[in-house]
Design a protein around this ligand. Sequence first.
Ligand code: RNT
Ligand code: ZN
Length: 418
Amino acid sequence: MIKNIEKTYELAKERYANIGVDTEKVLNALEKVKLSIHCWQGDDIHGFLFPSQELTGGIGVSGNYPGVATTPDQLSGDLSKALTLIPGHHKVQLHAIYAVTDKKKDLDELEPEDFKYWVDWAKKENVGLDMNGTFFSHPMLKDGFTLASPDKKVRDFWIEHGKRSRAIANYFGEELGQQSVNNFWIPDGYKDNPIDKLTPRLRLVDSLDQIIEQKYDEKNTIEAFEGKLFGTGVESYTVGSHEFYENYAITRGKLWTIDAGHFHPTEDVSDKFSSFLPFGKGLMLHVSRPVRWDSDHVVIMDDALLRMMRSLVRDDILDRTNIGLDFFDATINRLAAWVIGARATQKALLLSMLSPINKLKEDEVTGNLTDRLALTEELKSYPFGAVWDEFCLRNDVPVGADWLSEIRDYEQKVLFKR
Ligand code: RNT
Ligand code: ZN
């Protein structure tokens, strides 16, 4: 089996070499790309602080596949298992509600030590950690508002939470020696048409400015801001719109988060990267798969994903982009969901890298648009799967669908016993 994979790879290597693509270089480049794998796929966004709290903020998880993680050891164990099935070295994104503490603590009381559990785990796994404040599923989400609330008490609670999330992200960066991206998404908005659209946005600017007042070394942490077109229950007006956060990120020297599910379904999300980067510091992505709405389906290798990864590769902006995953599906095995989404994202990256980009760019500027179209079409049937298999082999993870039997085994031995 291994021999066949290697043989097939050698043939594929030759085919690609004929069109000027060095597959060895590509394999090295792919190995360097870290994904930020979201912990919340593993437990349907319950977290450990208030696990019985209803999920609010307009997001939803459907399904009740058996074996959901309900303790820190279960969730970190599931993540560890999933990481053995995903090639390469990655990061994991946490949310504030995943704090591990015996004390009863609210979101405005969290401290770095409440995440020591995760830092110890990350060191063991050799992964970085990214952070998310949790601005939902909490009674202080009052009438649909947090940082933009008209009520100062509500705002202050969430401002304190935001500040604390930054201290935690800074701790991740210090401890793990790599930058922790701290993502902010808030659900604030109105179901029906508001009269005043400006004042809530001014309040949000003020709240965010208070949160980011304290300086942290960017080596350790940087903030990213995630806008949205709308959420369920907030259809008419979202305070944190895309334009709002794009401008906020640019004027404050922060990252802009683009969640693939947060736009109008016909928008090409990939087209936004190169529109932002001439002005902005960098991007965070929430790679997701919206089906008719922001449904957060498990990511697959579809056109939208390919377009996104192609933009990152062709425009050479991978080093300014953090590729986070953000989907949640409880109708299938949750570990499989992680593995499918992560591997699909890596495959899309690989397919994008396996093309003679410089030649295509040259064709474009010299007006040889015939070659550009012909070659990009032909590339679709080049033996990219052989290079992917070799990548898995070299990274010591199962090739093809072999990972599935490991998940089935884990189900029997671990998940179904919960
Ligand atoms: C919600 C945003 C947000 C969340 C996570 C859980 O629409 O996409 O990123 O999915 O923070
Ligand atoms: Zn998101």
